[in-house]
Design a protein around this ligand. Structure first.
Ligand SMILES: Nc1ncnc2c1ncn2[C@@H]1O[C@H](COP(=O)(O)OP(=O)(O)OP(=O)(O)O)[C@@H](O)[C@H]1O
Length: 224
């Protein structure tokens, strides 16, 4: 489970979060929506432990993220969290399979085993044929499938996605969301997706709306 309580965050003079609170229960999926600039990405980065809020606390499985030093926070993030960004954020000099195997190898899984598990996931997502290509040479849809595989390969408890389909056409967007939801559900993990798109939100159980850095509404997801 992951919770954020009363988070505030400013970039210099610009406030991004003004007391945002959120609770994501195990096994649930949530869409985080709101106007541009309302603080969605900032909140996701605080939940991921990438940004430390100015005030307020984030708890991941009972551990206070902001109470950890950089090293321990990175380790916890690596073990328990998977992230997907709009443009995949794969390492361009590495092949697709090397990218997907990376979290496992960083966690100490042997190379051959890490690559086997990465290969299985890529096959399941229909992109095994590009496994040995550099990520800079694959299509946007293939890269996002690989990014989804990389986010779940180490079986994290929480998967956080920031506009994961924002750069895709609607067919690829549907396929990527189907894959993300299926894999997260199968692992019993918790999913949060930042999106502007009602179709993306309709894949998820619950909808949380952010306005001017605070959560203003929380309820059932959009109806498909
Ligand atoms: N690196 C930064 N430096 C300065 N200000 C920033 C930075 N990142 C975000 N902001 C500001 O913080 C506020 C919240 O931004 P954030 O990106 O969290 O919103 P968002 O809801 O994700 O927006 P969008 O939907 O446009 O991606 C905005 O006013 C934004 O301009």
């Amino acid at each position: 489970m992951i919770t954020a309580r009363d988070l505030t965050l400013s970039y210099g003079p610009t406030p991004a979060l003004r007391g945002a609170s959120l609770r994501l229960d195990p096994g649930t999926s949530t869409a985080l929506m709101g106007a541009s600039g309302s603080g969605k990405s900032s909140l996701l980065h605080c939940l991921a432990g990438v940004l430390v809020p100015d005030t307020g606390v984030v708890h991941l499985d009972g551990v206070e993220l902001s109470g950890l030093g950089d090293r321990d926070r990175s380790r916890l993030r690596l073990e328990r969290i998977g992230v997907v960004f709009q443009h995949g954020d794969l390492v361009p000099e590495m092949t697709v399979i090397e990218n997907v195997a990376l979290p496992l190898q960083l966690l100490g899984v042997k190379r051959a085993e890490a690559r086997r598990r990465a290969q299985d996931l890529l096959a399941e997502l229909g992109v095994a044929d590009v496994a040995h290509r550099r990520t800079s040479t694959v299509s946007g849809g293939q890269a996002q499938r690989a990014a989804v595989a990389r986010a779940v390969v180490h079986e994290p408890t929480v998967v956080l996605a920031d506009e994961p389909t924002g750069a895709l056409d609607s067919l690829n967007a549907e396929a990527v969301m189907d894959a993300l939801v299926m894999l997260v559900r199968r692992a019993g993990a918790t999913l949060l997706v930042v999106t502007h798109d009602n179709l993306v939100a309709s894949h998820l159980d619950r909808l949380v709306t952010l306005s001017d850095g605070v959560v203003v509404a929380s309820g059932q997801g959009a109806v498909r």
